[in-house]
Design a binder for this molecule. Structure first.
Ligand code: FA5
Length: 343
């Protein structure tokens, strides 16, 4: 082979190689095409071994043009890789492109959780009567949850509220009544507060949950009477359950009120006739209440000869269940959308 034949063979291979590389549709195809010419057994690579057989004076020219051909093919290969990457990116952008003319996605319709809804209805009823909202911590000390409320240590009255303790002195509050103590310590009478919030007890059945909600009420002033307690709760019952609702006070016991009462409303399901829901009594228990015990007033430094007061505490779940006809308390805490979407 002479230098002219060498050159024309090389030209032929170079244009073949660049054409194949430019036509490659993928990175793999481009690599394959490049290797067919520049790889160890590639056609252009093999031309290098022929250089040795050329006359001495042609060897430098042959070496130069062979290297130039290799460089040209390599450049074509690199350019094609870049093009392929660009194409791939464009294809991806095309697929993922946003159609700005599409109508906007509207967020799904939301509604408050039934407990939050009734809680805020109850807050409206009491704030309209002049009560203010007060809050307290859910992790309480034994002092605020029990001792200051006249539950002596080891007294059987503590057994009424099965308790989650976190340390010897700390517990998850079992009722909202500790907010009474915190408020009386912080403010002078007249005091008129309601305190909604989460409370915890080691309970679990159809009508009792380990976490539930209460609303506490407290009114302290000179000459507060039980008649005012009854009037306040009667107004609450009428606003919450309707004007025709009947109500009764039954004597009861709470360590922090004296006298104490459980308050029932006439059964909403049978109009007092007696049914399964009210256990054939015609009445449904909705809250505990009473006149603030003088011992409690003394503990917070108020003179029981000057001040009197009433307090009440109700379970919110119980009220929602009655108002909305819900048969098991656990529905509130299961987050089942089939339940929640009904409200
Ligand atoms: C109390 O918790 C008193 N602190 C209420 C009170 C306040 C009385 C102020 C006097 C003065 P009791 O343990 O009865 O009382 O609970 C009040 C209400 O919470 C009950 O009527 C009931 O509706 C609700 N309740 C009690 N335990 C649970 C529970 N595990 N799950 C859901 N609701 C509950």
């Amino acid at each position: 082979m002479d230098i002219d034949a060498f050159q024309s063979k090389l030209n032929e291979l170079q244009s073949e190689a660049t054409r194949r590389i430019r036509q490659a549709e993928s990175k793999d195809e481009a690599i394959k095409a490049k290797n067919a010419y520049l790889g160890r057994d590639g056609d252009i690579q093999e031309m290098m071994s022929i250089i040795g057989e050329l006359p001495d004076e042609d060897k430098p020219t042959a070496g130069r043009i062979a290297n130039e051909a290799k460089e040209t093919v390599k450049s074509a290969y690199e350019a094609r890789l870049e093009e392929l990457e660009q194409l791939q990116l464009e294809r991806q952008l095309d697929e993922e492109s946003v159609d700005v003319t599409l109508p906007a996605r509207t967020p799904p319709a939301r509604s408050p959780h039934p407990i939050a809804e009734v809680e805020s209805e109850l807050i409206d009823v009491f704030t309209a009567m002049g009560f203010e909202v007060a809050e307290g911590p859910e992790i309480e000390t034994d002092f605020f949850n029990f001792e200051a409320l006249n539950f002596p240590e080891d007294h059987p009255a503590r057994d009424m509220q099965d308790t989650f303790k976190t340390t010897d002195d700390h517990l998850l509050r079992t009722h909202t009544s500790p907010v009474q103590i915190r408020t009386m310590q912080a403010y002078q009478p007249p005091i008129r507060i309601i305190s909604p919030g989460r409370v915890y007890r080691c309970d679990d059945d159809l009508t009792h949950s380990p976490v539930f909600h209460q609303i506490e009420g407290l009114l302290i002033d000179a000459d507060v009477t039980m008649a005012q307690l009854k009037g306040t709760l009667r107004h609450f019952a009428e606003e919450t359950f309707g004007d025709e609702t009947s109500m009764r006070f039954r004597p009861s016991f709470f360590p922090f009120t004296e006298p104490s009462a459980e308050v029932d409303i006439g059964c909403l399901f049978c109009d007092g006739e007696g049914c399964q829901v009210c256990g054939d009594t015609g009445w449904l228990e909705i809250l505990g209440a009473g006149m603030v015990d003088p011992n409690v007033l003394e503990t917070v430094g108020l003179d029981p000869d000057t001040y009197t007061g009433f307090a009440f505490g109700m379970g919110i779940e119980r009220i929602v269940m009655l108002k909305r006809g819900i048969d098991a308390i656990r529905h509130f805490f299961e987050n089942d959308l089939r339940f929640l979407r009904q409200f």
